[in-house]
Design a protein around this ligand. Sequence first.
Ligand code: MN
Length: 227
Amino acid sequence: MNELPRLYKRLGYEFKDESLVEEALSHRSVGNINYERLEYLGDSLLNFVIADVIHEKHPELNEGALSRLRASLVRGSTLAMIARELELGEFLRMGTGELRSGGFNRDSTLADLVESLIGATYRDADFFTARDLVLRLFAERLNNITPAEELKDPKTRLQELLQGRGLERPVYSVVKTEGKSHELAFTVNCQISAYDVNVSAVASSRRKAEQTAAAEILDQASVLLPQ
Ligand code: MN
């Protein structure tokens, strides 16, 4: 009894080369030919496709927010969730020891499986076919992106918090620059006059020091910025 047609149906893709699917479904406990090389390929492809989609879809997000958003989409727990929705665990080939210890239901293994199937699809067909698979797998999640608060950078969040209270924005100033030209350390001070807050931070660029100072203030917001 061949179970592959059921897998093809769930993925929305039919493999031409059956040995590629077999490889993509084989846990390392099965032997030397296992999903790890395809997983490596799929991981890279998945990251690029998601980076591309959100870059195009969200012109309002800066590099930091895009990175955080991508990371939240491709992290292991998200991939494991997708694998469970498609019930991919039942197609996994594992050694008996691993099977007995419930390995087919392990988050990390299920996440690997999603990546290896993406890699295998690319190998079996081409980039656009693999891209389509990623878009199908992530369709719901990509449509439901509401760049959450934590995706905004600390300076933006601090500014919005103060604006929400009808207060003036924080004032950032460089108070010290040290070191040689290629290894400068910037000390930046962040001042919020309404709260008598003065916090400084040191980093390798002015921008980073500002973000660090804002993050420190946000971390202690309940104490420093009481409502
Ligand atoms: Mn992985």
